[in-house]
Design a binder for this molecule. Sequence first.
Ligand code: A4P
Ligand code: MG
Length: 172
Amino acid sequence: MAESANAEVGASVFIGLGANLGDRKATLRTALASIDQLPGTKVLRVSPLYGSAPVDAGGPDYLNAVAELATTQAPQALLQALQTIEKSAGRERPYRNAPRTLDLDILWFGEQVIDTPELTVPHPRMTERAFVLRPLADLVPERVEAALLQAVASQDIHPQEGPTWADQVDGG
Ligand code: A4P
Ligand code: MG
């Protein structure tokens, strides 16, 4: 029960969203709408939107955010569903960390620890990255240690819009 956001809809899951190609904000909003429509899944909360310079990668600046979901899906099934959403946003994978229209990473899946070839949870690189830790700390400050935030304080990231960015329905 401790790992349920809502007993009726399942585990509390945190997803990192990123985009650095195309109409980044529109793509992230569409992705959230698609996630919300997955069977047994609801988007509970969305962080503010951040702009960030690529970390360990090249290309244009990213938009990044974190969303909290409740889902009854199993971790592997959710990963597959997220990859389908990435694909429908035109995601291509020419090489590791290539610029992308959409990246959806599972950060936490309830309290689960998963280590399979397809899925590692908690996400192995999340604690090194301000573009994950900052929006995560906006949603769950009690779960992000100050020392971790301090360690990524030099990374180039800036708040772009408040959490209502995800609610807008026009092209703005
Ligand atoms: N995979 C394993 N664990 C997970 C998980 N927890 N969530 C596997 C999602 N996928 C997971 O991912 C490669 C494989 O990781 C998947 O097939 C899945 O089975 P991918 O999305 O195809 O490739 P990728 O994006 O190149 O790798 P990954 O791991 O997503 O890269 P990172 O480490 O997340 O880095 N800079 C800024 N400012 N903002 C960004 O969003 N993103 C990256 C990507 C680099 N620099 C960035 C940003
Ligand atoms: Mg990814």
